[in-house]
Design a binder for this molecule. Sequence first.
Ligand SMILES: [Zn+2]
Length: 216
Amino acid sequence: MNKIDLHTHQLKSDSSVQILNTFAQDLPVPESEFYYSAGLHPWHINQVNPEECLNSIELSMRQKNILAVGECGLDRIVNTDFAMQQHYFKMQTAIAEKHSKPVIIHCVRAYPELIKLKNETKSSVPWIIHGFQGNQQTAQQLIRNNFYFSVGESLLLNRQKSHILALLPTDRLFLETDDRETSINEIYTLAAQILEIDNEVLSGIILENFEGLFKA
Ligand SMILES: [Zn+2]
């Protein structure tokens, strides 16, 4: 069964269905059989023309093979002014809302603000936390607020935290390779072991989640 890689930074030459992350400053991407997401990353706000980036994202939304807005989000560790990060993140969630596409979110130490923004904007599109590696309390808060999760090796290989995977609702779960070398097959194998379910069953669940969320 085809495995979904929700978020990757380089196209892998396996049979998986991948959403290739594209930074807004690298748009446009070709209309092709490949899927993309497009977003202004909080790390880049100071290095690019953010208004131009918003325009490019907005323009890209008419492309059918651009499945989501992102990665975009909030990062407490990076130097960029936090109010500015919130502003550009909000603008991108508005674009996602307008075009009915999910948002793929980068969030570092800013979960309370993220949850607050989701409730304030009353967004109706799915908000997917990519590279999720929060603790149990964070996971529960995000679940209560209807977030989706995409998990990669940063959680799965973390001995203290890998059990958190089992707390996430399987109907709101995705897996990803992100910017790592690990193959998506290895990620599914790890996740299936932690969840104690069959790899093919897990592939089926995530494929169903993908088809439910993305109008590919
Ligand atoms: Zn990434």
